[in-house]
Design a protein around this ligand. Structure first.
Ligand code: ADP
Ligand code: ZN
Length: 728
């Protein structure tokens, strides 16, 4: 027998399959999807068995033996194998890239360090308790008595270096025996059963619709305003799913940002929950993954990669905040979690629930067309009204010398501080100042590797590039004219924090990428703010989503224009979503909440519809624009990036790619570019791009694959294909 083995060597995007002979002693251990070690040139590498064949055709090369089997069961089951094929055809990645991305590090092919389950040894009784008591009555060793009593009381005792000699002598007498058992590294102690919430009428209707159809492959879009109790709905659906002996995947955008949801699930479902997110160590992740695989848990709560949880009998997949762009992986394979979920739900014939207060235009359009089933929650669960939103025109404020914080926001902050209520302030820009400019010659200090201005960080007193991580000391002379008039512009969260402390003498905590680098930092800030150790939480968009602080009654948005000005056709949509989400943090509990949004564009429709909590109004307006300009959801897009360190070469190849696309794609496909990408140079690599717009996906795949194949092996120019990009 022979096996076709897929390995990862050389160029990552090119699949390499090799045939190996299966030695007799391994024959009954080798299945499709298992990892094996094989000889390759002078090395040993590992790979996945993809196919088993009886005979191979005559060949003139030597077929080597498989050396060993790595795991005692397959790491890729039939479903994952098929899913890999789907991801590969959908995103144009290689099979090996697709498989590697689905597995935790410890189970990938060619993982260098062997990861082992962690075991502990425990001692348990080997005789009746009456015999044990008999021994205790005559035993003169205090330690042995202690151990025996502890085992009687607790069922077992962990064997450690300090008790091993006593344990051994007790075991030699046949009174106890030692056994080895597996322990799981991830530990979270929030276990405590909380009472179940009784659903209100709206919620019950939604839950009923889904659980009455658990054996159908419906896709639901649950559109529920912030605080309408979507999480509660998810938990009720999942309860039904596990009661019927099936499993559930619950996805959230980024767990470290929403620790509250994990504890809610743990409180409700105890240790039937596994957690998968980027904050876990490789060992913890490996253990959580194995718990899922062995069926020791029934629910996974996790971020994007949890969509690959190897459940055998899935009953539902839920994607909360379905509009969030982090559900799309930014590097190869550029898959969208929603697409993977659609595939898996179809495979398991179970429903997919997409939830959001502000669904993506694509999903809402599908729901309106009847492709998805629309479910709605129009009221907040506790019948609270949505917060009042006020818009402040910063053009006027600046004339009156209010630059960063308007008079209206200032007064509101004072009032809330007096009442001992809490405040959230959003500023979507980290650092102290976003730009250092020379007043004499106009020079902007840019990153030497990127075409991006450097941001000043006061805490570290450095200028830093937010794209490549470059950092440098702050100069006081202009590198261009040697003048001494360098001035800082642009407010960042660091400076805002400083200003708030000074102005209001308040207790302020900041949450952005810079204050949350350590593992537990997020949850600490969130907990401290919840415990009212601070009055004001300042932060970037990471404070906008999913947090539930009952005492927050004021949300301020410093600069709503930041997201309006990004060069992306979705900037209005992102702005609407951000403003709605952050507004949803205000007045969630008993007290009324308000929201104050500062902007230079008070007439912009994103801001006006957000003010009125009018998602449908926004949707209809934005859809007309998308239609006119030919953007999603009316057209599909693919972004083709041409990258090189050599500017001239990059431009030349970009033109070639453009020509090739125009010549080979069907005439109704629109090709834009090549043009300079919005991030023109990052890390000394130039970016050009072409965008294609089309109605049918099948029309373009072959042509894109052709280009992809040409550049796969080119060392000077690289191509990146992003099908359905979430960012331009
Ligand atoms: P969402 O996820 O839609 O923002 P949550 O599920 O977080 O909303 O619910 C908001 C708040 O309302 C939470 O504190 C939750 O415990 C509470 N809640 C949800 N449903 C109910 C209900 N049926 N009865 C009472 N309280 C509820
Ligand atoms: Zn840089």
């Amino acid at each position: 027998m022979y096996a076709l083995v897929l390995v990862e060597i050389g160029v990552k995007n090119v699949d390499k399959y090799f045939t190996y002979h299966i030695p007799d002693n391994l024959e009954d251990k080798i299945n499709i999807g298992i990892r094996v070690k094989v000889p390759f040139n002078t090395r040993e590498i590992s790979g996945f068995v993809i196919k088993i064949i009886n005979k191979i055709e005559d060949n003139n090369y030597e077929v080597k033996d498989i050396l060993e089997v790595i795991d005692n069961e397959e790491v890729l089951n039939l479903e994952l194998l098929k899913l890999g094929e789907y991801i590969s055809s959908k995103t144009l990645c290689s099979m090996i890239t697709a498989y590697q991305t689905m597995l935790p590090k410890a189970l990938k092919a060619n993982h260098k360090v062997a990861m082992k389950p962690k075991n502990e040894v425990i001692a348990v009784l080997n005789k009746d308790t009456s015999e044990i008591y008999e021994y205790i009555s005559i035993c003169s060793y205090k330690k042995q008595v202690e151990i025996l009593k502890s085992i009687i009381e607790n069922g077992s005792v962990k064997v450690i270096s300090s008790n091993i000699s006593s344990v051994t002598s007790l075991a030699n007498k046949g009174l106890i025996k030692t056994i080895s058992r597996e322990v799981y590294r991830y530990n979270d102690n929030t276990i405590e059963n909380k009472h179940t919430v009784f659903l209100n009428e709206e919620q019950s209707k939604v839950v009923k619709e889904v659980i009455d159809n658990l054996n159908t492959n419906n896709t639901y879009l649950l559109k529920g305003v912030t605080g309408s109790g979507k999480t509660e709905v998810y938990m009720h659906i999942i309860k039904e799913v596990i009661d019927r002996g099936m499993q559930a995947i619950m996805l959230v955008p980024e767990i470290s940002l929403t620790p509250q949801i994990v504890s809610r699930f743990r409180q409700r479902f105890n240790n039937e929950v596994a957690v998968l997110h980027s904050g876990l160590s490789d060992g913890e992740r490996y253990d959580e993954y194995r718990k899922i695989k062995k069926g020791l848990v029934k629910i996974v709560v996790g971020a994007r990669s949890a969509i690959f949880s190897p459940f055998q009998n899935l009953g539902v997949i839920i994607i909360d905040e379905e509009q969030v762009t982090s559900y799309k992986q930014e590097n190869n394979p550029r898959y969208h979690t929603r697409d993977v979920a659609l595939f898996r739900c179809k495979y398991h014939n179970c429903p997919l629930v997409l939830g959001s207060a502000t669904p993506s235009l694509e999903s809402y359009a599908r729901a309106k067309k009847g492709v998805y089933r629309l479910l709605t929650l129009n009221k907040r669960a506790n019948n609270k009204l949505m917060p009042e939103i006020r818009i402040v025109d910063m053009k006027k404020e600046i004339r009156n010398n209010y630059h960063n914080i308007s008079l209206e926001l200032e007064n509101a902050i004072k009032e809330k501080l007096d009442k001992k209520e809490q405040i959230i302030i959003l500023l979507n820009r980290r650092g102290y100042s976003s730009m250092l400019t020379c007043k004499d010659c106009g020079e902007v200090i840019k990153c030497p590797n990127c075409d991006i201005s450097l941001t000043y960080h006061k805490t570290s007193n450095t200028l830093r590039c937010h794209y490549c991580g470059y950092g440098t000391k702050v100069q006081d002379t202009c590198p261009s004219c040697y003048g001494r008039s360098l001035t800082m512009y642009g407010l960042g969260t660091e400076k805002l924090e400083e200003e708030l402390v000074k102005k209001f003498n308040a207790r302020v905590v900041r949450m952005d990428l810079d204050t949350t680098t350590s593992k537990k930092a997020h949850s600490k800030i969130i907990k401290d703010f919840l415990d009212q150790k601070y009055d004001i939480l300042v932060g970037t968009q990471m404070i906008a989503k999913g947090l539930d602080f009952p005492n927050v009654t004021l949300v301020g948005v410093i600069n709503a224009d930041a997201s309006l000005n990004i060069p992306d056709f979705r900037s209005s949509e992102y702005t609407y979503q951000l403003l709605s989400q952050v507004s949803g943090r205000s007045g969630r509990d008993k007290k009324e909440g308000i929201v104050i949004i500062q902007t230079l564009n008070p007439e912009h429709y994103s801001i006006k519809y957000a003010k009125d909590h009018d998602y449908d109004g926004f949707f209809n307006y934005e859809m007309r624009i998308r239609k006119k300009l030919g953007y999603p959801p009316y057209y599909y897009l693919t972004l083709i990036k041409i990258l090189s360190r050599d500017y001239q070469l990059c431009m030349k190849e970009a033109n070639k790619v453009g020509e090739f696309l125009r010549k080979n794609l069907p005439s109704d496909v629109i090709v834009l570019g090549p043009s300079i990408a919005s991030t023109f140079k990052v890390n000394n690599i130039y970016h050009f791009q072409c965008i294609i717009k089309y109605k049918k996906e099948d029309d373009i795949k072959e042509v894109l694959r052709t280009i992809d194949n040409i550049y796969k092996i080119n060392t000077k120019v690289r191509i990146e294909m992003d099908i359905d990009p979430v960012r331009l």
